[in-house]
Write a protein that binds this ligand. Structure first.
Ligand SMILES: [Fe+2]
Ligand SMILES: [Zn+2]
Length: 354
């Protein structure tokens, strides 16, 4: 006997349907579930079901003959039959990516423009603004437009300027290879913002790369290397007078369906690699291959941030670096935030904008 019903040629399990009953005793006004899923009868059956364009009405074969109604839109939005269940379909980009830049004043005034900017971050892992006032700390106002600052031992924000006796290479004018920030943290900040207050006289070119695209190239061309980087963890470490941070994670993080979920690359803060002896040589080879793909002409995009420009990027997907030594009084401010707040703001804007 079937344990599912078919609506618009999609199958829905009885238990799944019962669990997702939208009626009042089953759901609180907030939409949160009131019944306990673990107490439902896993062999639940239906007495009758009635399908219409509006959805499906079910009367359950339970002592109380519980009645449920599933609106068409609910079923379509949550359908799990004949759809990839874990595919992330975000578009990948390479060195020829034309990033859209949004005017900051328009973002503040117009929810549709703000939504486009946030959607770029969700889709491409990166979004850009221009005409952001170059007063110090404006970056914190930008964050408050979509979420919350993630404070760290570097403070609410950090200055990217050259300082004497820098505790971190980021605070020197030296070139920096492509990296994700702070892989030594757990959890890692999922968003980073960089705001250019003063452009370098010469150099200070920003390099960017889509880590998901590079990981896909590695997966296709060197599957063994991909497997090593997504199986064995690398240790990352940062130590200063007031912080000792250490965390281990895969350079390419995948889920059980082998979907790429995150990348973690940072040459400066990679601690001595401690994979098993027999793996060490091939692990190094895999790491070098991945970094070479990231820095290749196919993946690496270079751009010079102008004063008043601000980029925001997914720190678990997009890598950034400094291409050429900066000469002159270059001044950037950076800060961290998190993806959940940004996605939430975008989701609520969708309702306002339509
Ligand atoms: Fe960085
Ligand atoms: Zn119910």
């Amino acid at each position: 006997m079937n344990d599912f019903l078919i609506y618009e040629s999609k199958r829905f399990h009885y238990l799944w349907l019962r669990d997702n009953c939208q009626c009042h005793p089953c759901r609180h006004d907030s939409g949160q579930r009131l019944h306990e899923t673990w107490l439902l009868d896993s062999k639940i059956a239906i007495l009758t079901s009635e399908t219409s364009n509006a959805g499906v009405k079910v009367i359950w074969d339970t002592p109380d003959q519980h009645e449920s109604f599933y609106p068409h839109d609910f079923l379509m939005a949550n359908c799990y039959d004949k759809f990839p269940t874990s595919g992330d379909k975000l578009p990948r980009w390479g060195s020829d990516f034309q990033m859209t830049s949004y005017d900051y004043a328009q973002v503040l005034e117009d929810d549709a423009v703000k939504l486009s900017w946030l959607n770029d971050v969700i889709k491409f892992g990166i979004g850009k603004l221009h005409n952001v006032p170059t007063n110090p700390s404006t970056i914190l106002n930008v964050v408050s437009e979509f979420g919350f600052v993630r404070s760290t031992n570097y403070g609410d924000l950090f200055e990217v300027v050259s300082v004497e006796k820098a505790e971190n290479l980021a605070f020197t004018p030296l070139p920096l290879s492509l990296h994700t920030d702070n892989p030594y943290r757990d959890p890692v900040p999922t968003l980073q913002l960089l705001h250019c207050l003063v452009k370098a006289e010469v150099g200070g070119v920003t390099a960017l790369a889509d880590g998901f695209k590079a990981a896909e190239i590695l997966q296709k061309e060197h599957p063994k290397a991909f497997e090593l980087l997504s199986t064995y963890k690398a240790k990352f470490r940062f130590a200063s007078d007031d912080a000792i941070l250490e965390h281990s994670g895969c350079m390419i993080e995948t889920d059980k369906q082998n979907q790429i979920m995150a990348v973690r690359i940072n040459n400066r803060s990679c601690a001595p690699i401690n994979v098993p002896f027999d793996i060490m040589s091939s692990f190094y080879e895999a790491y070098q291959l991945f970094a070479a793909i990231l820095h290749s002409d196919a993946c690496k995009l270079t751009t010079t941030l102008e004063s008043g420009e601000l980029i925001i990027f997914d720190n678990q997907r997009v890598l950034h670096g400094r291409e050429v030594q900066a000469i002159g009084a270059r001044h950037l401010q950076g800060c961290y935030a998190d993806r959940d707040g940004l996605k939430s703001t975008a989701a609520t804007l969708v309702n306002k904008v339509v």
